[in-house]
Design a protein around this ligand. Structure first.
Ligand code: SAH
Ligand code: SF4
Length: 396
């Protein structure tokens, strides 16, 4: 095998023990344009062949080389010997009465992740996962309760977009719905899987792949500041900060990474990110999950308004989604409205994320969280909550 191809393969296969069992073939699914071209050149093929294959995979939904009718038979059989287009497997698809569609997707190694598509008029937002589990252990998050299992490969991240787009007929040009927006707000902390997330976002926005505008792809982070400081060198996607508290004392409890990178440091880094963007008028989205009696009091809203003064932000309030391993409660409607009113009176654009797909448990982290009981921490929780066993599904 050509050393460059081997090199690309090692990038793509990194962090995937099961993928290592299939070391013979390079998975083209997760290679952004530059890496795909490098792969083709490494096997003596021209750049335009790489572009053709890229379009076949991401715009026409091909998952095998035989479909690529404008690629010569010789090249197709050469590719079949050394490369593959490997996608994670859809275990189950749930369709909500409100049009929300949720995919449970098995990635190599057997873990299950979730991807949720939320339609809204002509818009269709896909909520994409970046890791199996998460190491950051935010106190209100079901994914955090699982602990961390592994990073997803770039192929597994972009594969979620491919799967959703294909399921709506987008990749054959026949579908009524499209993936118009992507938010990296599924399972995991995207900045802790930096290279693979950057490669996948690059494919989402690339004209030879999904061509989604940079204003419609959003990376959400709980605040891994050193990685956020690097991000503008690699992407110009939108940024969301999971803040959830207006002061360090409270945020230390809700978002433990705050003890390492406190609020002032995080907001400075976020400001630098949007200032580095070529287009002006960018706003940082501030996500604030409202938990009953914890961070939902009027004085929290006033403190938040002071904290964000002079920073270009819009605020997205997310009513906490209860799950069975947490004692927190959802914010009351009265407190939610009051919190929103205060922020709006202070001049902030403030939206409330409505819960969608209730009938299929499509809200943040709910179902795959129950499928993937993967760490000792969840063993401990299981001992405390006998009923977890009864909701585990599909024999995982
Ligand atoms: N790790 C990244 C992205 C994934 S979490 C981050 O934290 O930003 C995506 C969003 O869902 C975050 O804003 C997170 O705080 C929110 N979230 C997690 N668990 C939730 C729950 N139980 N109820 C409501 N929002 C939740
Ligand atoms: Fe991880 Fe985000 Fe959940 Fe925190 S909220 S545990 S960073 S996935």
């Amino acid at each position: 095998m050509n050393p460059l191809a081997a090199n690309i393969r090692s990038v793509e296969m990194s962090d995937s023990s099961a993928a290592a069992a299939n070391v013979e073939k390079v998975n083209l699914m997760g290679l952004p344009e530059a890496k795909l071209i490098a792969f083709f050149e490494s096997i003596g093929e021209k750049k335009f062949r790489a572009i053709q294959v890229m379009k076949w995979i991401h715009q026409l939904g091909a998952d095998n080389f035989d479909d690529m009718t404008n690629v010569s038979k010789d090249l197709r059989s050469k590719l079949k010997n050394i490369a593959e287009i490997r996608l994670p497997e859809v275990v189950q698809q749930f369709d909500s009465a409100d049009g929300t569609r949720k995919f449970l997707i098995r990635v190599s190694g057997g873990n299950v992740i979730e991807t949720v598509y939320i339609p809204d008029g002509d818009r269709g937002t896909l909520c994409v996962s970046s890791q199996v589990g998460c190491s950051l252990d935010c106190s209100f998050c079901a994914t955090g309760k699982q602990g961390f299992n592994r990073d997803l490969t770039a192929a597994e991240i972009i594969g979620q977009v491919w799967i959703a787009a294909k399921s709506f007929g987008q990749l054959s040009g026949t579908g009524p719905r499209m993936v118009t927006n992507v938010v990296m707000m599924g399972m995991g902390e995207p900045l802790l899987n930096f290279d693979n997330v950057v490669d996948a976002m690059n494919l989402m926005m690339h004209d030879n792949a999904y061509g989604i505008s940079k204003r419609r792809v959003t990376l959400s982070t709980s605040g891994v500041v050193p990685q956020l400081d690097r991000l503008s060198q690699y992407t110009d996607a939108c940024l969301a900060i999971s803040l959830h508290a207006p002061n360090d004392e409270l945020r230390n409890e809700l978002v433990p990474i705050n003890r390492k990178y406190p609020i002032a440091m995080l907001l400075d880094s976020a400001k630098r990110y949007i200032e580095a963007m070529p287009d002006t008028h960018r706003k940082i989205t501030i996500e604030y999950t409202l938990i009953d009696q914890v961070n939902d009091r009027p004085h929290h809203a006033k403190e938040l308004a002071e904290l964000l003064r002079n920073i270009p932000v819009k605020i997205n309030l997310i009513p906490f989604n209860p799950f069975n391993l947490s004692n927190y409660k959802r914010v009351s409607n009265t407190a939610l409205r009051k919190f929103q009113d205060i922020l709006m009176q202070e001049g902030y654009i403030t939206t409330v994320r409505t819960t969608r797909g209730d009938d299929i448990d499509a809200a943040c982290g709910q179902l795959a969280g129950q499928v993937n009981d993967i760490t000792r921490r969840s063993e401990r929780y299981r001992a405390q909550f006998d009923d977890v066993q009864s909701i585990k599904i599909m024999g995982q």
